[in-house]
Write a protein of this length. Structure first.
Length: 486
């Protein structure tokens, strides 16, 4: 493909994507395919000779589209959203087109510098303490990680090294392996599975902290566990708080947990992957009070800020804690500006060396929506979720299972888990809307997350009508069945 053809095909592809998104609501949101569907539709080996672009594109419709779960559909209510937007898609195209890889400042000065400034912009939108910003020329700063899971892992590994060094300072004879075997991390029983995964990768023990009636971790519970563990020779070193848990969007009380972590030399990382984005709205910002006690904090703009995947913003108070843990310095990566206060070599801030120009997505989206536009987007989702909550509350067959704070509503049919599983199965089978479940206090619960950029009131009303029609059928069948048995 030469530049002339790329020009033509590129325009066609933009049309293809625009048409796809404009008409997405007419597609079945959850695909009707069986596992292994794709293999039989394409050859078992790559072609020896080049094929035409037309043939490739034809197969996108024939092979790919039937197996796509349409995350951008207004009928998609699962997980937490992927909230991309057209400016973000264009920025991604530009990033691919420039094709530059920014691991050090020298490898791509614009990539490194825009990332630093965008994380400051976003940090200020969130009213983060100055300690987390780069512009103050202090020790803190922000970085874009691929995912929240990576941010948590980075925090845990950095905390591990910091603690090992600290223990060895007072006890130089103690081996690293011995110290690591005694390290203990904590997180909420409601935390995302990526926290436990980070502990497995980091080779440390983790304890799940029980939550209160609002699914929040409280200070006294953590304090008690830390005291117990210290008494048996463990070294508490890491606590991952969650703001906006995955099952029900609950918030740990970081303003009371932070002081304990600080007093006990425990690194506090805050995982606010979804809900953290909403802290750009002043009415939600109080939930972040206590961030000043944290060592690191991360949110996923790709979940709730109209930025496409992948983009997880992470801030640390002392960037040296990260870079010291991961600094490698081979000759081929050295450059003349290394070590200057103005220069960030982001390869030392994360696991991969190579990095895409992801800050372009933030820059395009922030400029084209403005803070006001982003706030309006978040508020609209929250309002739609409240509407759905009211619809659920108005139906005596259903119950709300957790407080609705942002765009997530946890609900269930009053009755057994089996009944609710049957309802979800019917919802998935019909493919009109897509939800996933969670477990709350051992009960099977349905999660309804307002996700789409284009989700409107009518979609919420249609979704509720669909759910109640399916549930009425189920309840009628149950009633008939029980009637027969009696
Ligand atoms: N943390 C929380 C609270 C989440 O809700 C999720 C995913 O929904 C994650 C972490 C994982 O995010 P990622 O896929 O960016 O690793």
């Amino acid at each position: 493909m030469d530049a002339a053809e790329f020009r033509r095909r590129g325009k066609e592809m933009v049309d293809f994507v625009a048409d796809y998104q404009e008409n997405i609501e007419h597609r079945r949101v959850y695909p009707d395919v069986e596992p292994g569907y794709l293999r039989s539709m394409i050859p078992s080996e790559a072609p020896l000779e080049p094929e035409s672009y037309e043939d490739v594109l034809r197969d996108v419709d024939r092979v790919i589209m039937p197996g796509v779960t349409h995350w951008l559909s207004p009928h998609f209510y699962a997980y937490y959203a992927n909230s991309t937007s057209f400016p973000s898609i264009l920025a991604d195209l530009l990033s691919s087109g420039i094709g530059t890889i920014g691991f050090t400042w020298a490898a791509n000065p614009a990539c490194s510098e825009l990332e630093t400034v965008m994380l400051d912009w976003l940090g200020k939108m969130l009213q983060l303490p100055e300690d987390f910003l780069s512009e103050t020329q202090g020790q803190g700063g922000g970085v874009i990680q691929g995912t929240a899971s990576e941010a948590t892992l980075m925090a845990l590994l950095s905390a591990r090294l910091k603690t090992v060094k600290c223990v060895q300072e007072s006890d130089p004879q103690r081996s690293e392996a011995d110290i690591i075997s005694k390290l203990i991390a904590y997180t909420s029983e409601e935390a995302h599975s990526s926290v436990e995964k980070a502990s497995i990768i980091g080779g440390v023990v983790i304890r799940m902290v029980p939550t209160d009636e609002h699914f929040s971790v409280r200070a006294e519970t953590l304090e008690k566990m830390v005291a117990e563990d210290k008494a048996t020779g463990y070294i508490p070193f890491f606590f991952c708080a969650t703001l906006g848990t995955t099952p029900c969007c609950a918030f740990d009380k970081i303003d009371e947990l932070g002081p304990i972590c600080n007093a006990e030399n425990i690194w506090m990382h805050i995982d606010a992957a979804y809900a953290g984005c909403a802290f750009i709205c002043p009415e939600f910002r109080p939930l972040l009070n206590g961030v000043e006690f944290a060592d690191s904090f991360s949110i996923n703009p790709n979940k709730f800020l109209l930025v496409g995947f992948d983009c997880s913003a992470m801030w640390v108070k002392k960037s040296a804690d990260l870079t010291r843990a991961f600094q490698m310095d081979p000759e081929y990566l050295k450059h003349e500006h290394q070590g200057s206060g103005l220069v960030k070599d982001y390869m030392h801030w994360g696991i991969p060396m190579a990095r895409r120009f992801r800050s372009l997505k933030l820059w395009f989206v922030f400029r084209m929506y403005g803070l006001r536009g982003l706030q309006a987007f978040i508020r609209k989702h929250v309002e739609l979720a409240k509407t759905f909550e009211n619809l659920v509350r108005g139906d005596n067959n259903f119950e709300i299972c957790a407080e609705v704070v942002m765009g997530l509503v946890c609900f269930r049919l009053k009755g057994s888990d089996e009944l609710n599983k049957a309802l979800l199965k019917q919802i998935t089978r019909t493919g009109k809307i897509y939800l996933v479940p969670c477990k709350l206090r051992g009960r099977f619960v349905l999660r309804f997350v307002v996700c789409g950029r284009t989700t409107e009131l009518r979609h919420i009303q249609e979704a509720w009508k669909h759910i109640t029609e399916l549930s009425s059928e189920l309840l009628q069948n149950l009633f008939d069945h029980e009637g027969k048995e009696n």
